[in-house]
Structure formats: C-alpha cells, structure tokens
Design a protein around this ligand. Structure first.
Ligand SMILES: O=[N+]([O-])c1ccc(O[C@@H]2O[C@@H](CO)[C@H](O)[C@H]2O)cc1
Length: 509
C-alpha cells in the first residue's frame, strides 16, 4: 500500500503474545576479554571475593539482562568442561582452536554459574557437539543438575557446591552448519547427534529445555534445508531452534543498514515457516519456538580478519572489540522492535555479547567500565517492555534499499501490562516523521520518553567517546514538545530523523 503518512493503530485487545523475560538475554563466551578482564578480574579495585568485577556486574544489572548463554559460541565446540572444575591451581591451560587463544581455565562452570546466581541471571549452557558427544553432554548436565549419589553430581559436591544448579536451558552445540566450526557437521550428522545427545540429556533431567542449532546466518548456502533436516531428527525432542544474525553498515550504505530490522523480520518468518512445515508434515500440534541466541551489530566483514587469520595469543587478547556509534545503537533498538513483534515465536534472545566482545559494556583492565551507545536502547527496552506484546497495524511509506528491497520507513512495537503501555518506534528515514498514533476508545497519557539519534562521525574507542555519543544522541524524549493530544483517540508523535524512541504511559479505556 502506498501512503505518504505514518499511522500506527494500537488496540489492547489485539496481542501477539506474552513477552518472555528471556528475550533480554546476553552471551558470555571464552573469547578475547569477555571473561578475563571482562566479568572476571581478581585484583581489580571493584572485584568481589570471587574475583568478579562489581562494576561490570552493576552495569549488567542496569542493562536488564535476564539470561546469559555460556561458554560459547565457537569456543564450546572444542571445550573440555571437566578441565575447568575443581581446585583452580590444578587446572591446566589449553589451546582453544576456535579463537586460537590459550585458555587458562581459571573460570569454569562453577565460577560462571555461581556468578549468574549471585547476579540473579538465569544461565543458558551449551554442550560441545563439535569434538565431543553424548557422554560428555550427559556428564555436564549431571554435574550441573544432578542430586548427590552419582559420579558427576558427587564431583560437583566435592568441588564445594552441594545444591544442584538447576540449569533449565541447554544448547545442543553451536553453529554446527558453519565450516569454521571445530567438528563442523552436515545436517544429517548433526541432526542425529543432537537427537541422541538431547534424548540422553532428557533422561538425566526431563525438565530441561533444549535448543537445536539452526543456521549461522540467513546467508548460509544450507539455510532452510538445514533447519528442515535438523528438525526432522529432533522435532519431538527440542523446544527451540537457534537463530544467529549480525548486521553491519557496508560501503556506507546507511539505508540498508538502517533496514536491518526488516532483514531480521524476514529471517524469523522463514525459520518459523521451515519449522512449521516439518510440524505440518508430522501432523504435530507442537510448535517449535526460536532461541535467537546471537544477534547484534558486528562489523564482521569489514573489521574482523577471520578466525583463521588470528595469531595464537594468550592473556585475554583484544579480539573483536567493536566500537559502536549512535547509528549502531538506533539499529540495535530497531532489532529489538522486530524481536518484540515476534514475541509469540521468539521467547529467548541473546545480545551477543555482554562485555568487551561486540558488547554493550566495555572495560579497561584495572580501570573503568562503561556503556557503549548500544547499551541504552537495550536497557530501556528491557525495562519498559512488559506484559503482552501488542499486534500493531502500521502504515508508512517504504524506503528502497540495496540490500533488502523495500523496507518500512517507520517500525513500531508496543507492550501492555496492567494499563501501562510502552511503545517503541524507529524512524529509518533522514527526515523527521510525524506519527499518527490511533488508540480508539482509549486515552493515552505519555509520561516518559527516551530517544537515540544516529550520528555521522566515525566511532572512536574509549569511555570519552561513548560519553560524547550519549550526550549528543541519547536522552529523554521531549514528551511535552513532541507528543500532542493523548486524551482523545489519536496522539501525534514527531520522531527525529534516523532515530529510535521509547515512550511509556498509561492507556485507559
Ligand atoms: O557469518 N560468519 O562468517 C560468521 C562467522 C563466525 C560466527 O561466529 C559466531 O559469532 C561468534 C561471536 O559471537 C560466536 O562465537 C559464534 O557462534 C558467526 C558468523
């Protein structure tokens, strides 16, 4: 439909589904400085008695992260978890082939799970289905969740942890479709292994939820066929199929980059269609949901040299420490709009990653921790998006992009919880846009607003730059000046060019 104006229709009776709190997850991998000098740095002025940085934990809370995936990522596909439990002084370093880094094994399963527990974070663990298989996956699950009286549970108890951790969410490997993955497999090999490992894991603890590996990106040559084959092996066993997607600005193509949320939207719809096709053929009433357990802006093709070109390093090297701009933050906010609009099929999502590695939180060893621009839209969405996601009707002009064809110039998502409404709006166009927000039969009183605008300057590493971007591009939205009406059935909101905005208020009918 062609239209020159933007109209968003909101009605409390039309809902998508409940927003699962696990939608605001993140990811800590043994990669670069995510763990060492990221969450963990004994001797840092803010570190607790376990050697974990308080400043990073405080920012993690402020970010509103509910779930953290661990220990990888590509790392997990050559990981021997048993080498990183028990007395720290007896643990031996190993050469992690995924990131060509000497892993000191100072932080392992117990340290991570206890950190997560102290911080009120639900852990999401991955098992190694690259170099290992059923036996090691079952052993790790028994170590984490088993009651006293069996070998691995007793080892956990001997290591000082009596109570089972009760880890609920388990990834059956990581990106096994990727040729870069250690122990990469084709869809049949992986499907069979995931089914065997998952079935054995459910015998240890039937209450767990399982995630089968989907495609590493929509661009993989095996995309679609991979999902179909893997789910044919695992449909009755697993709860979720994973999705991973990273977006970046390439060759200054700002419009395509700003349209990334539409690419994510289409990707989700295609994976849902693939999963439902398997279900339909099986005449199954079960619906597979999505664990979008890696998503972010990552300058993968333009700034990353490729795993195979990394030199062998030790002592927590600086790997993929992308520095983000206001533009990147607008895109992150818009990707969250897409995720909220799929609340019915996407209960789990992880911003990859949490600290230092393509992360909203950065640190200096021995120094400060700070928020990247991408921190703000994530924290604000995690805080304001509560209850039910609403099924909005948006009419808006299209923007033609090189990478995605036509994309909407304005995107929107909303949630409603006990009369409190939160609305998230992205203006992808370089002009201000007046949005006519229709809420028939109800009065809307907007009480709070936040906005991020895109910058044009190159991003520069360091806390001063992050602060400068926040000062210039992030802040409270001028509700009095930019929101008009509200008491009748229509409210007008003027969005700045290339911006992401969150509004909160009450909806009374
Ligand atoms: O598209 N690619 O070329 C590509 C390459 C690597 C890749 O790795 C994923 O991203 C890494 C960083 O989060 C995780 O360890 C891994 O699961 C994900 C995608």
């Amino acid at each position: 439909m062609t239209t020159s104006r933007t109209r968003v229709l909101l009605h409390p009776d039309f809902t998508v589904g409940t927003v699962d709190r696990r939608l605001f997850g993140s990811f800590v991998e043994h990669l670069g400085r995510a763990v060492y000098t990221g969450i963990h740095e004994p001797g840092h002025p803010t570190s607790d008695e376990h050697g974990f940085r308080r400043d990073v934990a405080d920012l993690t809370r402020e970010l509103g992260v509910t779930t953290v995936r661990y220990p990888g990522g590509n790392f997990v596909s050559n990981y021997r978890w048993e080498d990183a439990v028990g007395p720290v002084e007896q643990r031996k370093p190993f050469l992690d082939l995924a990131w060509r880094t000497v892993e000191p094994n100072l932080v392992g399963t117990d340290e991570f799970l206890q950190w997560a527990e102290r911080e009120g974070i639900q852990p999401m663990m991955a098992v190694n289905l690259g170099t290992r298989g059923v036996e090691e996956a079952v052993a790790l699950l028994e170590y984490c969740n088993g009651e006293a009286g069996t070998r691995w549970a007793d080892l956990r108890i001997a290591n000082g942890r009596e109570k089972p951790y009760g880890v609920k969410l388990w990834c059956l490997g990581n990106e096994m479709d990727g040729p870069w993955q250690i122990g990469h497999k084709d869809a049949h090999e992986y499907g069979r292994l995931a089914r065997n490992a998952g079935a054995a894991m459910k015998l240890v603890d039937p209450s767990i939820e399982l995630v089968a590996c989907g495609s590493s990106s929509m661009q993989m040559a095996t995309f679609g066929e991979w999902e179909r084959t893997v789910l044919e092996y695992t449909y009755d066993l697993v709860d979720h199929i994973s999705m991973h997607a990273y977006y970046e600005e390439v060759d200054g193509d700002r419009a395509s980059f700003l349209g990334s949320g539409t690419a994510m939207d289409r990707f989700i719809e295609r994976v849902v269609a693939s999963a439902d096709a398997v279900g339909a053929q099986r005449r199954s009433d079960k619906r597979i949901t999505i664990s979008f357990d890696e998503w972010n802006v990552w300058y993968l093709t333009t700034r990353f040299p490729g795993e195979e070109n990394l030199p062998i390093q030790r002592d927590a090297p600086r790997i993929i420490e992308d520095v983000y701009s206001g533009l990147d933050a607008v895109v992150v906010g818009d990707l969250l709009v897409t995720l909220l609009n799929h609340a019915d099929r996407v209960p789990v999502a992880c911003l990859a990653q949490l600290v230092n590695v393509i992360a909203p939180i950065m640190t200096e060893p021995g120094g400060e921790a700070w928020r990247q621009p991408t921190f703000h839209p994530f924290a604000t969405t995690a805080r304001l998006a509560q209850g039910e996601a609403l099924d909005l009707r948006v009419t808006t002009p299209g923007i033609t992009t090189k990478a995605h064809g036509e994309v909407p110039s304005v995107t929107a998502a909303a949630t409603l919880s006990d009369g409190t409404v939160a609305l998230f709006l992205t203006n992808r166009s370089p002009e201000p846009v007046e949005v006519e927000l229709a809420h028939p039969g109800a009065a809307l009183d907007v009480t709070e607003g936040w906005s991020m605008t895109a910058d044009h300057e190159a991003a520069v590493a360091g806390p001063e730059h992050a602060e400068k971007v926040a000062q210039a591009h992030w802040g409270s939205f001028d509700v009095a000046g930019r929101v008009a009406g509200g008491v009748g059935t229509t409210t007008t909101v003027t969005l700045p060019p290339e911006s992401w905005t969150a509004l909160s208020g009450t909806l009374t009918s």
